[in-house]
Design a protein around this ligand. Structure first.
Ligand code: ATP
Ligand code: MG
Length: 671
């Protein structure tokens, strides 16, 4: 076929073309931001399918977020046509979750969320205390240690000294009790998904071989963010001469604090001898100005750059915009004002606030979806969300807790899980708590303990309790429970064949009268929940799983007319025409932790680099002179990273801007 007419190959540059049509074994694509790595990977998958080198069932594409996986599926659908059968694009965790359930024949297992983990670890610590041992570790410490151990594929009986030091023997007992509780609850925690999959694959070579045969084509995006457990998984999934294709950029490795290590990226060629390496150099996303400035943050002064510099043929505003506001509210107002002006298409000179001259950008007419505000910490985001809301600027905030865990949403989702037979005991308690607010706490605990002693799942417990009664419950609680089982059975019968959205609808009808008045935010989340449910049809399990495995980045939905407020971490892989990096102040960028070591600073640098390189046309670096941190007003110095950018690449907003931005009301869109 003519390459220019084939949508899979059209417009690729020669290096991208080579990567897409590479035939044979391991392939590494190592390149800087915006060079089309993700696009190349998607085209390569499409190419394999188109040229009949592979069928969709043989391909596994792994990404780090559901959003990235979704985006890949959409791009593939765009290339292959709407009717094509598409291969699996999954996150590491969702892939392992399905695999683990298949291997262990454990269809009723669910995923422990943050609250589950906290509660179960507290209970595990209590069990150890009950044996007469003093446990003084904080739950957070224990949670960190468990996660840490699992990221290193260490079980309770392994040598845990590297994790817990002197208290390793004690930690081992708590860890072990915690695993028992997870088992009883039929739950896996996030790290279990990968850790246990690896343990299974490593101890069962037949299983491993079967899997390699079933999925000979493996693709991994953002390979530089692999942690040890994921690395071991990859080694099991792909033979050394296998058809593995990974892409990444060591300069964008930002998950060291979660155990990621770009060393696995660097040893790809050793692990997979004969691997072909392809570098991409041209950036198709950002203006050269943005790239030059971002490059100065990484090196050469700092000598920390790993990959080749990228270049761009896109020209535009020859400088970044610096906004320095009086305080954090002023910062948000200044950003809001700027967005209003740009959306209003009025033309706007940021550097002289009084002059409504057309600024020297591309003068494009912007919509709200073109903007992103990026933060180091979530606390910053709330100030912005507040100011934007008051001003009537539609925005989407990555919330602190998972949106699905909020009151008014969590209960219906829990009810859905109970209906579906994949609930944990906390789901039961949650729904009971809503329906029967005076269900005594003690009876709740008794009920749970009763089920645990019998090793019952939630649905098992309900059936058994209904059959035999629970002797220790008060009569009020027994009656409530009986009513609950009754209502549930009715609902189960009437919704048996319903697809996810209808089921959810009926659950909302059932629980609605007992739920608190929904806020705007809650209503929006419910709408989003319904929309997501629609995509799953009758696959309710798939739907609840996806909810459980969602990460921050997944809340940034495409196609809606809103400004995105996200953390720098969640912005990975995305792009926006206009980007504001908020809080460019020493202490936030780089972020000051209790103990800072040089490696952390380097990671902070890369994080800032990732943030900057999300911008296509305009990049604003914003800061405040004073900021309230933990209730105290602090004087803030500018970020040292910003100082490393050459003076001629940045331009400060005029003095009027900072001053006026405090007084000026946001008007254009205010209600
Ligand atoms: P990151 O490192 O930030 O994840 P990336 O290398 O994965 O970036 P992509 O997101 O794949 O980059 O591509 C960046 C942008 O460049 C996208 O909008 C993509 O469509 C565009 N692009 C990539 N290759 C080409 C090309 N050959 N011609 C035109 N546009 C391209
Ligand atoms: Mg990418």
């Amino acid at each position: 076929a003519n390459n220019h007419e084939n949508p899979v190959l059209a417009g690729l540059n020669p290096d991208q073309y080579r990567a897409v049509t590479h035939s044979g074994g391991p392939l590494l694509i190592s390149a800087g931001p915006g060079t089309g790595k993700t696009r190349t990977l998607t085209c390569r998958i499409a190419w394999l399918l188109q040229s009949e080198a592979a069928v969709p069932e043989q391909i596994l594409a792994v990404t780090f977020t559901h959003k990235a996986a979704d985006q890949m599926k959409q791009r593939l659908a765009g290339l292959m046509g709407p009717d094509a059968v598409l291969p699996e694009a999954r996150t590491f965790h969702s892939f392992c979750f399905s695999l683990l359930r298949e291997i262990k024949n454990a269809a009723d297992h669910g995923i422990a969320d943050e609250q589950d983990r906290r509660a179960l670890l507290a209970e595990a610590a209590d069990r150890v205390r009950a044996g007469g041992t003093k446990v003084s570790d904080r739950i957070e410490t224990l949670m960190d240690r468990v996660a840490n151990a699992k990221q290193r594929i260490l079980g309770p009986d392994d040598d845990l000294e590297p994790i817990a030091g002197e208290s390793a023997p004690l930690f081992s007992r708590i860890y072990s009790a915690y695993q028992d509780l997870l088992d009883i609850e039929r739950l896996w925690d996030y790290e279990d998904l990968i850790c246990q999959t690896v343990m299974h694959l490593e101890s069962d070579s037949v299983l491993c071989e079967t899997l390699c045969k079933r999925l000979p084509f493996v693709f991994i995006d953002e390979y530089q963010d692999l942690n040890y457990a994921q690395y071991r998984l990859v080694r099991q999934l792909c033979p050394a001469d296998g058809k593995i294709c990974v892409i990444g950029d060591p300069d964008q490795s930002i998950y060291g604090f979660r155990g990621s290590d770009p060393a696995y990226f660097q040893c790809f060629e050793t692990d997979f001898p004969g691997a072909e390496t392809i570098c991409l150099r041209q950036n198709y996303r950002s203006t050269q100005t943005i790239l030059s400035a971002a490059g100065q943050v990484l090196g050469p002064k700092n000598g920390t750059r790993h990959s080749e510099p990228v270049f761009s043929g896109i020209s535009g505003t020859p400088y970044l915009h610096l906004i320095r506001a009086a305080d954090q509210r002023g910062e948000a107002v200044a950003v809001g004002k700027t967005i209003e002006q740009m959306v209003g298409g009025m033309g706007f000179d940021f550097h002289d606030f009084d002059k409504a001259a057309r600024f020297s950008g591309d003068g494009a007419h912007r919509s709200f979806a073109d903007f992103a505000v990026l933060f180091r910490t979530r606390a910053q985001a709330e100030v912005f969300a507040g100011v934007f809301q008051d001003a009537g600027i539609p925005c989407r905030l990555v919330s602190k807790a998972h949106a699905w865990e909020a009151a008014g949403i969590a209960e219906p989702v829990s009810a859905l899980k109970i209906l579906e037979g994949c609930a944990a005991s906390r789901d039961l308690l949650r729904v009971l708590g809503v329906l029967f607010p005076d269900f005594p706490q003690k009876d709740m605990a008794d009920l749970r303990a009763w089920g645990r002693r019998r090793g019952l799942s939630v649905n098992g417990l309900l059936a058994e309790a209904h059959r035999t009664g629970v002797e220790s419950l008060s009569s009020g609680a027994s009656q409530s429970l009986a009513r609950f089982v009754h209502q549930l059975t009715d609902l189960e019968t009437s919704t048996r064949t319903d697809p996810a959205p209808e089921k959810l609808e009926k659950i909302f009808q059932w629980l609605g009268p007992f739920l608190p008045q929904a806020s705007e935010q809650t209503k929006e989340t419910i709408a989003e929940l319904r929309r997501m449910a629609g995509a799953f049809g009758t696959d309710i399990r798939g739907f609840t799983e996806t909810l459980a495995l969602c990460s921050d980045a997944d809340f940034c939905k495409d196609g809606s007319e809103k400004v995105s407020l996200l953390t720098l971490h969640a912005a990975k892989g995305l792009e926006f025409p206009v980007v504001f990096v908020a809080g460019c102040e020493n202490g936030l960028i780089p972020y000051h932790r209790a103990e800072i070591n040089p490696a952390d600073i380097e990671e902070e640098r890369r994080l800032f680099y990732v943030g900057m390189t999300r911008a296509m046309s305009e990049l604003f670096l914003c800061s405040a002179r004073t900021r309230k941190v933990h209730g105290q007003t602090r004087q803030q110095q500018p970020s040292p990273f910003v100082a490393e950018i050459a003076a001629d690449l940045k331009k400060q907003a005029g003095p009027n801007f900072a001053r006026k931005s405090r007084q000026v009301q946001l008007q254009l869109f205010s209600k």
